[in-house]
Ligand binder design. Structure first.
Ligand SMILES: Cc1cc2nc3c(=O)[nH]c(=O)nc-3n(C[C@H](O)[C@H](O)[C@H](O)COP(=O)(O)OP(=O)(O)OC[C@H]3O[C@@H](n4cnc5c(N)ncnc54)[C@H](O)[C@@H]3O)c2cc1C
Length: 485
């Protein structure tokens, strides 16, 4: 048989990581390395990782850091020789906007779930009812029977009451997932919480002793070690470097072309043909590193379990970045950002759209300047699509008006930038893991591997891990079929 061919559909970080692994990873290509072609619909590689220049700084427009505790991103950075670029994000702490005022978050939160009773009882942002609920969990915890899975909301509402759930846990988890705790699966999103709830007794105590970070987009961070890393030239420099290295390995890299169909050709040398509008690439195996609904649509005719991927929902978000003259702004005293609970009222129409603010020069000293301050505001959740109905000017004006209420002072910005992420954050609802397992098994029978943040966790490390896993599956199936032939 001639050299095997693998097509990777989607050139986000998971697709690029898959191509890296397919071409030998850190070892590089050898005699058995297949021909690899990466096809990306957008006009650049990187997907949700993108870096630009704004107000004289190099800033990220999507992901701006990654969990240090999960090894996949740090390992890839090392393999690419970028270790010196790693930048620990040591600054921590944040505030939350509750009942019209800003409060520094209490210590001991694990993804918003309190684990330190004393700190929770001293937290001035809560009503007496929430403090009572925390005390009850410590001394007379409520019972909760869980079979295989439960929503995060079911667990925290039962154990800790509504106020702690919606005023602390949801803003934190919602800020990461852009989803609702009443829909998100604890098993898939926050397994440490599920384990803690299954133990029975006090949820706060069980989570405090819950052991090391668990897999998933937001594995519980319990120790004091640096939680996040970034890269000096932006997280978006990671896909840029990968693209350069993959090109040097002879990988065919195509942007601005969507894959429109996958066709089976069982009689020929290559069981697959991968179509774009103008081209057809024969392939022995395919890595689908697109959002799940795209993968589902491309594979719908081959297996019902693959068609099911279309039902994995996602949230659209947007980030509005501002530069404001230093004399025009007053910030919270400490911390790197502000969380805003869902449904927070303000002087304008409806509830606030802003879900979180990140103070960029608090997180990265390299962004500090004498004359201005840079920050970014996040909008959009699984059930809040208002941003998508506004043009950039309207959205920027609305967000600026909300910031003027959220922050001690927020004057007219010098520069603004809107970055939209339509359907950028998959939502792991109940049954997610089973659906993914079934789809993976069906894909394996067809020599199609699934990669991306819809499967093994949202986040840069999980996406890299899933890309490399998909590549290993494909390499194993190629090795088996070459032995058979
Ligand atoms: C606003 C935002 C902030 C985030 N912040 C963080 C953070 O701070 N830390 C962190 O760890 N994670 C963060 N994440 C999550 C993280 O960025 C993602 O989980 C990860 O980048 C997903 O990579 P991916 O390759 O799976 O998907 P994507 O980046 O979505 O890539 C999929 C690619 O497939 C392409 N595609 C789609 N259809 C086709 C087709 N038919 N043919 C060819 N190509 C196609 C798309 O154009 C896209 O480039 C954030 C995400 C968002 C949206």
């Amino acid at each position: 048989m001639s050299r095997p061919s693998v097509v990777v559909v989607g050139g986000g970080i998971s697709g690029l990581a898959a191509a890296w692994e397919l071409t030998g990873g850190v070892e590089g290509p050898n005699d058995t390395t297949p021909r690899v072609e990466v096809i990306e619909a957008g006009d650049r590689f990187g997907g949700s990782l993108s870096t630009t220049t704004f107000a004289g700084r190099t800033i990220d427009l999507g992901a701006d850091g990654f969990l240090a505790r999960r090894p996949e991103a740090v390992t890839l950075v090392d393999e690419l020789g970028l270790h010196e670029e790693l930048e620990a994000i040591n600054a921590s702490g944040a505030s939350i906007y509750l009942h019209g005022a800003l409060y520094e978050l209490p210590t001991g939160l694990v993804l918003g779930v309190p684990t330190d009773l004393a700190a929770t009882l001293h937290f001035a942002g809560l009503t007496w009812r929430a403090r009572l609920a925390a005390r009850r969990d410590a001394f007379a915890p409520r019972r909760l029977t869980i079979d295989e899975d439960a929503t995060i909301g079911d667990i925290v509402r039962t154990k800790l009451g509504r106020e702690l759930s919606y005023q602390l846990v949801e803003p934190m988890i919602g800020g990461i997932q852009a989803g609702r705790i009443d829909e998100l699966s604890a098993k898939s999103v926050f397994p440490a919480l599920l384990d803690a709830a299954k133990e029975g007794g006090s949820l706060m105590r069980a989570l405090r002793h819950g052991g090391p970070a668990t897999p998933g987009p937001a594995g519980a961070v319990i120790s004091d070690a640096p939680a996040f890393y970034s890269l000096r030239r932006g997280v978006g420099s990671l896909p840029d470097e990968l693209v350069t290295r993959l090109a040097a390995r002879g990988v065919v890299l195509r942007t601005g072309v969507s894959v429109t169909a996958l066709r089976r050709t069982p009689a020929g040398d290559y069981p697959w043909e991968v179509d774009t509008v103008h081209t057809t690439t024969p392939a022995n195996a395919v890595v689908l590193a697109t959002p799940a609904p795209v993968a589902g649509a491309l594979l719908a005719n081959f297996d019902a379990a693959l068609d099911e991927l279309r039902r994995i929902p996602s949230a659209s978000t947007a980030i509005v970045t501002f530069a404001v003259a230093r004399e025009e702004i007053a910030l919270i005293e400490t911390g790197t950002g502000v969380l805003v609970p869902l449904g927070t009222t303000w002087s304008g129409e409806g509830s606030m759209m802003v879900t979180a603010i990140t103070l960029l020069d608090r997180k990265w000293a390299r962004h500090v300047r004498d004359d201005d301050v840079v920050l970014r505001a996040h909008v959009g959740r699984s059930d809040d699509t208002r941003a998508s109905e506004m043009d950039d000017d309207e959205l920027t004006g609305r967000v600026a008006a909300e910031l003027a209420e959220l922050l001690p002072r927020f004057g007219p910005p010098r520069a603004t930038l809107v970055q939209r992420w339509p359907n950028g954050l998959p939502q792991y609802h109940l049954g997610h893991q089973r659906r993914v397992e079934r789809a993976r098994a069906a894909g394996a029978r067809l020599s199609v591997a699934l990669a991306g943040n819809a499967y093994d966790g949202v986040g840069v490390p999980a996406s890299i891990g899933s890309g490399r896993r998909a590549a290993r599956e494909v390499l194993a199936s190629l090795a088996t079929s070459s032995r058979v032939n």
